[in-house]
Design a protein around this ligand. Structure first.
Ligand code: ATP
Length: 356
Protein backbone atom coordinates (compact mmCIF):
# COMPACT_ATOMS: atom_id res chain seq x y z
CA UNK A 1 0.00 0.00 0.00
CA UNK A 2 1.09 3.58 -0.28
CA UNK A 3 2.17 6.60 1.68
CA UNK A 4 0.12 9.56 0.40
CA UNK A 5 1.50 13.08 0.11
CA UNK A 6 -0.89 15.96 -0.35
CA UNK A 7 1.47 18.66 -1.56
CA UNK A 8 0.04 22.19 -1.29
CA UNK A 9 -3.33 21.12 -2.71
CA UNK A 10 -5.97 23.76 -3.41
CA UNK A 11 -9.16 23.29 -5.35
CA UNK A 12 -11.85 25.61 -6.71
CA UNK A 13 -14.77 24.36 -8.82
CA UNK A 14 -15.38 27.82 -10.32
CA UNK A 15 -13.08 29.69 -12.68
CA UNK A 16 -10.62 32.35 -11.51
CA UNK A 17 -10.91 32.00 -7.72
CA UNK A 18 -9.64 34.99 -5.79
CA UNK A 19 -10.91 35.01 -2.18
CA UNK A 20 -10.29 32.03 0.20
CA UNK A 21 -14.03 31.24 0.16
CA UNK A 22 -13.87 30.61 -3.61
CA UNK A 23 -11.93 27.43 -2.82
CA UNK A 24 -13.68 24.18 -1.87
CA UNK A 25 -10.24 23.20 -0.50
CA UNK A 26 -8.12 26.09 0.72
CA UNK A 27 -4.68 24.56 1.31
CA UNK A 28 -4.02 20.99 2.25
CA UNK A 29 -0.42 20.02 2.88
CA UNK A 30 0.11 16.72 4.70
CA UNK A 31 1.76 13.34 4.56
CA UNK A 32 -0.36 10.30 5.38
CA UNK A 33 1.43 7.13 6.43
CA UNK A 34 1.50 3.89 4.53
CA UNK A 35 -0.89 1.58 6.35
CA UNK A 36 -2.70 4.37 8.22
CA UNK A 37 -6.47 4.41 8.76
CA UNK A 38 -7.67 7.98 8.33
CA UNK A 39 -11.21 9.28 8.74
CA UNK A 40 -12.14 12.59 7.09
CA UNK A 41 -14.70 14.11 9.43
CA UNK A 42 -16.61 17.36 9.14
CA UNK A 43 -19.98 18.94 8.42
CA UNK A 44 -21.68 18.94 5.05
CA UNK A 45 -19.87 21.07 2.48
CA UNK A 46 -16.51 21.25 4.29
CA UNK A 47 -14.64 19.56 1.42
CA UNK A 48 -14.36 15.90 2.46
CA UNK A 49 -15.58 14.40 -0.80
CA UNK A 50 -13.53 16.89 -2.82
CA UNK A 51 -10.38 15.78 -1.01
CA UNK A 52 -11.25 12.10 -1.40
CA UNK A 53 -11.91 12.58 -5.11
CA UNK A 54 -8.57 14.34 -5.50
CA UNK A 55 -6.86 11.33 -3.92
CA UNK A 56 -8.76 8.91 -6.17
CA UNK A 57 -8.22 10.94 -9.36
CA UNK A 58 -11.90 11.72 -10.00
CA UNK A 59 -11.04 15.41 -9.50
CA UNK A 60 -7.79 17.12 -10.59
CA UNK A 61 -6.75 19.77 -8.06
CA UNK A 62 -6.53 23.38 -9.27
CA UNK A 63 -3.14 23.64 -7.56
CA UNK A 64 -0.62 21.31 -5.95
CA UNK A 65 0.43 17.71 -6.41
CA UNK A 66 -0.52 14.34 -5.05
CA UNK A 67 2.12 11.64 -4.56
CA UNK A 68 1.82 7.92 -3.81
CA UNK A 69 5.09 6.58 -2.36
CA UNK A 70 6.85 9.73 -3.62
CA UNK A 71 5.62 9.21 -7.21
CA UNK A 72 3.64 12.13 -8.65
CA UNK A 73 0.22 10.75 -9.65
CA UNK A 74 -1.55 14.11 -10.09
CA UNK A 75 -2.17 13.57 -13.79
CA UNK A 76 -2.98 9.83 -13.55
CA UNK A 77 -6.48 8.39 -13.88
CA UNK A 78 -8.22 6.54 -11.07
CA UNK A 79 -7.37 3.22 -12.69
CA UNK A 80 -3.70 4.09 -13.12
CA UNK A 81 -3.53 5.06 -9.45
CA UNK A 82 -4.57 1.52 -8.53
CA UNK A 83 -6.97 2.25 -5.71
CA UNK A 84 -10.20 0.64 -4.55
CA UNK A 85 -13.27 2.75 -3.81
CA UNK A 86 -16.49 2.18 -1.92
CA UNK A 87 -19.25 4.74 -2.39
CA UNK A 88 -22.31 5.69 -0.37
CA UNK A 89 -24.65 3.62 -2.56
CA UNK A 90 -24.03 0.12 -3.95
CA UNK A 91 -22.05 -0.15 -7.17
CA UNK A 92 -22.57 -3.75 -8.26
CA UNK A 93 -23.74 -5.79 -11.25
CA UNK A 94 -27.34 -6.86 -10.62
CA UNK A 95 -27.27 -9.68 -13.15
CA UNK A 96 -24.14 -11.31 -11.73
CA UNK A 97 -24.10 -13.59 -8.70
CA UNK A 98 -22.77 -12.34 -5.39
CA UNK A 99 -19.68 -14.52 -5.91
CA UNK A 100 -18.98 -13.15 -9.41
CA UNK A 101 -19.44 -9.57 -8.24
CA UNK A 102 -16.71 -10.11 -5.67
CA UNK A 103 -14.49 -12.01 -8.09
CA UNK A 104 -14.78 -9.33 -10.78
CA UNK A 105 -12.02 -6.93 -9.62
CA UNK A 106 -9.60 -9.87 -9.33
CA UNK A 107 -10.49 -11.52 -12.64
CA UNK A 108 -10.19 -8.13 -14.27
CA UNK A 109 -6.56 -8.09 -13.10
CA UNK A 110 -5.99 -11.67 -14.37
CA UNK A 111 -5.50 -13.15 -10.90
CA UNK A 112 -5.31 -16.99 -11.12
CA UNK A 113 -8.71 -18.58 -10.47
CA UNK A 114 -7.54 -20.58 -7.41
CA UNK A 115 -6.47 -17.35 -5.70
CA UNK A 116 -9.70 -15.65 -6.73
CA UNK A 117 -11.68 -18.44 -5.14
CA UNK A 118 -9.70 -18.31 -1.89
CA UNK A 119 -10.02 -14.57 -1.54
CA UNK A 120 -13.71 -14.39 -2.51
CA UNK A 121 -14.56 -17.06 0.05
CA UNK A 122 -12.71 -15.12 2.76
CA UNK A 123 -14.64 -11.97 1.93
CA UNK A 124 -17.98 -13.84 1.76
CA UNK A 125 -17.28 -15.21 5.21
CA UNK A 126 -16.31 -11.84 6.60
CA UNK A 127 -19.48 -10.20 5.30
CA UNK A 128 -21.66 -13.09 6.38
CA UNK A 129 -22.81 -13.67 2.80
CA UNK A 130 -21.47 -17.22 2.21
CA UNK A 131 -24.97 -18.69 1.96
CA UNK A 132 -25.86 -16.22 -0.80
CA UNK A 133 -22.76 -16.70 -2.94
CA UNK A 134 -24.67 -18.28 -5.85
CA UNK A 135 -27.63 -15.86 -5.78
CA UNK A 136 -28.05 -13.07 -8.32
CA UNK A 137 -27.36 -9.69 -6.72
CA UNK A 138 -30.66 -8.33 -8.11
CA UNK A 139 -32.80 -9.97 -5.42
CA UNK A 140 -30.82 -8.72 -2.44
CA UNK A 141 -31.74 -5.97 0.03
CA UNK A 142 -30.02 -2.55 -0.12
CA UNK A 143 -28.05 -3.56 2.96
CA UNK A 144 -26.75 -6.74 1.39
CA UNK A 145 -25.92 -4.97 -1.88
CA UNK A 146 -23.85 -2.42 0.02
CA UNK A 147 -22.02 -5.24 1.77
CA UNK A 148 -21.05 -6.57 -1.67
CA UNK A 149 -19.80 -3.10 -2.58
CA UNK A 150 -17.67 -3.11 0.55
CA UNK A 151 -16.42 -6.59 -0.34
CA UNK A 152 -15.48 -5.45 -3.85
CA UNK A 153 -13.46 -2.65 -2.25
CA UNK A 154 -11.64 -5.04 0.06
CA UNK A 155 -11.08 -8.00 -2.22
CA UNK A 156 -7.79 -6.89 -3.83
CA UNK A 157 -4.76 -6.75 -1.61
CA UNK A 158 -2.46 -5.10 -4.20
CA UNK A 159 -4.11 -1.66 -4.24
CA UNK A 160 -2.35 1.53 -3.11
CA UNK A 161 -5.25 2.60 -0.89
CA UNK A 162 -8.89 1.86 -0.17
CA UNK A 163 -11.16 4.91 -0.17
CA UNK A 164 -14.60 4.92 1.44
CA UNK A 165 -17.19 7.68 0.95
CA UNK A 166 -19.82 7.38 3.71
CA UNK A 167 -20.09 3.64 2.97
CA UNK A 168 -22.41 2.70 5.83
CA UNK A 169 -25.20 5.24 5.23
CA UNK A 170 -27.65 2.63 3.91
CA UNK A 171 -26.73 -0.06 6.44
CA UNK A 172 -28.96 -0.63 9.47
CA UNK A 173 -27.57 0.53 12.85
CA UNK A 174 -26.63 -2.87 14.27
CA UNK A 175 -24.95 -4.04 11.07
CA UNK A 176 -23.16 -0.69 10.89
CA UNK A 177 -21.49 -1.42 14.17
CA UNK A 178 -20.51 -4.95 13.06
CA UNK A 179 -19.05 -3.78 9.74
CA UNK A 180 -17.17 -0.91 11.32
CA UNK A 181 -15.53 -3.30 13.76
CA UNK A 182 -14.68 -5.67 10.91
CA UNK A 183 -13.08 -2.88 8.90
CA UNK A 184 -11.03 -1.97 11.93
CA UNK A 185 -9.83 -5.52 12.49
CA UNK A 186 -9.07 -5.95 8.78
CA UNK A 187 -6.98 -2.86 9.02
CA UNK A 188 -5.09 -4.24 12.02
CA UNK A 189 -4.54 -7.53 10.22
CA UNK A 190 -3.47 -6.28 6.77
CA UNK A 191 -2.38 -2.66 7.42
CA UNK A 192 -4.22 -1.27 4.40
CA UNK A 193 -3.96 2.47 3.79
CA UNK A 194 -7.58 3.49 4.28
CA UNK A 195 -9.29 6.86 3.92
CA UNK A 196 -12.85 7.02 5.15
CA UNK A 197 -15.19 9.98 4.71
CA UNK A 198 -17.95 10.49 7.24
CA UNK A 199 -19.84 13.22 9.04
CA UNK A 200 -20.54 10.88 11.96
CA UNK A 201 -18.07 11.32 14.79
CA UNK A 202 -18.73 7.89 16.33
CA UNK A 203 -17.96 6.27 12.99
CA UNK A 204 -14.78 8.30 12.61
CA UNK A 205 -13.54 7.76 16.14
CA UNK A 206 -14.10 3.99 16.11
CA UNK A 207 -12.72 3.39 12.63
CA UNK A 208 -9.61 5.54 12.44
CA UNK A 209 -6.24 5.76 14.17
CA UNK A 210 -6.08 9.33 12.92
CA UNK A 211 -9.12 11.54 12.50
CA UNK A 212 -8.77 14.39 10.01
CA UNK A 213 -11.21 17.12 11.04
CA UNK A 214 -12.22 19.47 8.24
CA UNK A 215 -13.97 22.83 8.43
CA UNK A 216 -14.64 25.32 5.64
CA UNK A 217 -12.24 23.75 3.14
CA UNK A 218 -9.38 23.34 5.60
CA UNK A 219 -7.95 20.55 7.71
CA UNK A 220 -8.14 22.01 11.21
CA UNK A 221 -6.65 19.03 13.07
CA UNK A 222 -5.31 15.54 12.47
CA UNK A 223 -5.22 13.60 15.68
CA UNK A 224 -6.05 10.51 17.66
CA UNK A 225 -9.46 10.49 19.30
CA UNK A 226 -7.78 11.36 22.64
CA UNK A 227 -5.93 14.35 21.13
CA UNK A 228 -9.13 15.68 19.60
CA UNK A 229 -10.84 15.38 22.93
CA UNK A 230 -8.12 16.76 25.19
CA UNK A 231 -6.42 19.34 22.97
CA UNK A 232 -8.73 20.54 20.21
CA UNK A 233 -6.55 22.67 17.91
CA UNK A 234 -9.46 24.84 16.85
CA UNK A 235 -12.65 25.82 18.65
CA UNK A 236 -14.57 24.08 15.84
CA UNK A 237 -12.96 20.74 16.77
CA UNK A 238 -13.93 21.28 20.40
CA UNK A 239 -17.48 22.01 19.40
CA UNK A 240 -17.81 19.26 16.76
CA UNK A 241 -16.23 16.39 18.72
CA UNK A 242 -17.95 15.32 21.92
CA UNK A 243 -21.55 15.47 22.94
CA UNK A 244 -22.21 18.05 24.16
CA UNK A 245 -19.24 19.84 22.61
CA UNK A 246 -16.65 21.98 24.38
CA UNK A 247 -17.79 25.13 26.17
CA UNK A 248 -16.17 28.18 24.59
CA UNK A 249 -16.14 31.33 26.73
CA UNK A 250 -15.01 34.82 25.72
CA UNK A 251 -12.29 35.92 28.14
CA UNK A 252 -9.56 38.50 28.71
CA UNK A 253 -6.20 37.00 29.54
CA UNK A 254 -3.69 38.75 31.77
CA UNK A 255 -0.61 36.69 32.59
CA UNK A 256 -1.88 33.33 33.76
CA UNK A 257 -5.34 34.60 34.69
CA UNK A 258 -8.42 34.56 32.50
CA UNK A 259 -11.09 37.11 33.38
CA UNK A 260 -14.76 36.81 32.56
CA UNK A 261 -16.64 39.80 33.99
CA UNK A 262 -15.61 39.93 37.64
CA UNK A 263 -14.58 36.26 37.77
CA UNK A 264 -10.88 35.35 37.61
CA UNK A 265 -9.71 31.87 36.64
CA UNK A 266 -6.15 30.66 37.17
CA UNK A 267 -5.20 28.89 33.94
CA UNK A 268 -1.81 27.66 35.15
CA UNK A 269 0.26 29.14 32.30
CA UNK A 270 0.64 32.50 30.59
CA UNK A 271 -0.61 32.09 27.01
CA UNK A 272 0.86 34.32 24.31
CA UNK A 273 -2.07 36.15 22.77
CA UNK A 274 -1.49 38.93 20.23
CA UNK A 275 -3.03 42.38 20.65
CA UNK A 276 -6.54 42.57 19.18
CA UNK A 277 -6.91 38.79 18.87
CA UNK A 278 -10.21 37.24 19.92
CA UNK A 279 -9.42 35.30 23.11
CA UNK A 280 -11.47 32.36 24.29
CA UNK A 281 -11.27 29.74 27.00
CA UNK A 282 -12.35 26.21 26.02
CA UNK A 283 -13.37 23.66 28.60
CA UNK A 284 -15.20 20.41 28.00
CA UNK A 285 -18.41 19.74 29.98
CA UNK A 286 -16.59 16.83 31.66
CA UNK A 287 -14.01 19.20 33.19
CA UNK A 288 -16.48 21.55 34.87
CA UNK A 289 -17.29 20.23 38.34
CA UNK A 290 -20.33 21.30 40.30
CA UNK A 291 -19.50 22.30 43.86
CA UNK A 292 -20.90 24.19 46.82
CA UNK A 293 -18.30 26.94 47.07
CA UNK A 294 -16.60 27.38 43.70
CA UNK A 295 -17.49 30.07 41.18
CA UNK A 296 -21.15 31.12 40.93
CA UNK A 297 -23.37 29.39 38.39
CA UNK A 298 -27.03 29.49 37.47
CA UNK A 299 -28.57 26.15 36.49
CA UNK A 300 -31.31 26.42 33.86
CA UNK A 301 -32.12 22.79 33.07
CA UNK A 302 -31.00 19.25 33.85
CA UNK A 303 -31.27 16.58 31.13
CA UNK A 304 -31.11 12.99 32.36
CA UNK A 305 -29.75 10.84 29.53
CA UNK A 306 -29.33 7.59 31.45
CA UNK A 307 -25.70 7.06 32.32
CA UNK A 308 -25.12 10.75 32.88
CA UNK A 309 -26.87 14.06 33.33
CA UNK A 310 -26.30 17.16 31.28
CA UNK A 311 -26.67 20.40 33.20
CA UNK A 312 -27.45 23.44 31.04
CA UNK A 313 -26.38 26.54 32.92
CA UNK A 314 -25.28 30.16 32.69
CA UNK A 315 -21.77 30.99 33.85
CA UNK A 316 -20.68 34.65 33.94
CA UNK A 317 -23.50 35.48 31.53
CA UNK A 318 -22.51 32.80 29.00
CA UNK A 319 -24.27 29.48 28.31
CA UNK A 320 -22.40 26.31 29.36
CA UNK A 321 -23.06 22.58 29.55
CA UNK A 322 -21.75 20.42 32.37
CA UNK A 323 -21.70 16.62 32.42
CA UNK A 324 -22.49 15.00 35.75
CA UNK A 325 -22.30 11.24 36.43
CA UNK A 326 -25.60 9.43 36.81
CA UNK A 327 -25.30 9.38 40.61
CA UNK A 328 -23.58 12.79 40.83
CA UNK A 329 -25.07 15.37 43.18
CA UNK A 330 -26.55 18.60 41.85
CA UNK A 331 -26.42 21.11 44.76
CA UNK A 332 -29.32 23.53 45.04
CA UNK A 333 -27.03 26.54 45.51
CA UNK A 334 -24.70 25.37 42.72
CA UNK A 335 -21.20 26.62 42.11
CA UNK A 336 -18.57 25.33 39.73
CA UNK A 337 -14.83 24.57 39.63
CA UNK A 338 -12.73 24.13 36.50
CA UNK A 339 -10.28 21.22 36.25
CA UNK A 340 -7.12 23.10 35.37
CA UNK A 341 -5.69 20.47 32.99
CA UNK A 342 -8.93 20.64 30.99
CA UNK A 343 -8.54 24.33 30.13
CA UNK A 344 -7.43 25.36 26.62
CA UNK A 345 -6.92 28.94 25.47
CA UNK A 346 -7.72 30.04 21.92
CA UNK A 347 -6.52 33.09 20.00
CA UNK A 348 -8.65 33.82 16.91
CA UNK A 349 -10.10 30.30 17.26
CA UNK A 350 -6.70 28.49 17.24
CA UNK A 351 -5.33 26.81 20.36
CA UNK A 352 -2.40 28.50 22.11
CA UNK A 353 0.25 25.91 23.08
CA UNK A 354 1.25 25.61 26.71
CA UNK A 355 4.98 26.16 26.91
CA UNK A 356 7.34 24.04 28.99
P1 ATP B 1 -21.12 16.39 2.05
O1 ATP B 1 -20.93 15.72 3.39
O2 ATP B 1 -22.38 17.17 1.97
O3 ATP B 1 -20.89 15.48 0.88
P2 ATP B 1 -18.42 17.41 1.78
O4 ATP B 1 -17.73 17.78 3.04
O5 ATP B 1 -18.07 16.12 1.15
O6 ATP B 1 -19.98 17.55 1.95
P3 ATP B 1 -17.82 18.58 -0.79
O7 ATP B 1 -18.85 17.74 -1.46
O8 ATP B 1 -16.39 18.26 -1.00
O9 ATP B 1 -18.11 18.61 0.78
O10 ATP B 1 -18.09 20.10 -1.17
C1 ATP B 1 -17.25 21.18 -0.80
C2 ATP B 1 -17.75 22.46 -1.47
O11 ATP B 1 -17.60 22.34 -2.88
C3 ATP B 1 -19.22 22.73 -1.23
O12 ATP B 1 -19.39 24.12 -1.10
C4 ATP B 1 -19.90 22.22 -2.50
O13 ATP B 1 -21.08 22.94 -2.76
C5 ATP B 1 -18.83 22.50 -3.56
N1 ATP B 1 -18.89 21.51 -4.66
C6 ATP B 1 -18.74 20.18 -4.53
N2 ATP B 1 -18.80 19.57 -5.74
C7 ATP B 1 -18.98 20.55 -6.66
C8 ATP B 1 -19.10 20.59 -8.08
N3 ATP B 1 -19.04 19.48 -8.81
N4 ATP B 1 -19.26 21.79 -8.67
C9 ATP B 1 -19.31 22.93 -7.94
N5 ATP B 1 -19.19 22.98 -6.61
C10 ATP B 1 -19.02 21.82 -5.96
Amino acid sequence: MAKINLDHIRHAYGLRPTAPQDYALREVHHEWNDGGAYALLGPSGCGKTTLLNIISGLVRPSEGRILFNDRDVTQLSTEERNIAQVFQFPVIYDTMTVYDNLAFPLRNRKVPEAQVDKRVREILEMLDLSDRAGKKARGLTADQKQKISLGRGLVRSDVNAILFDEPLTVIDPHMKWVLRSQLKSLHRQFAYTMVYVTHDQTEALTFADKVVVMFEGQIVQIGTPAELFEKPSHTFVGYFIGSPGMNVLSVDVQGSTARIGDISIDIGFAPKVGKGQKTELGIRPEFMKLSRKGMPLQINKVEDIGRQKIVRATFAGQPVSIVVKEDGEIPTDAHVDFVNSGINIYADSWRVEREG
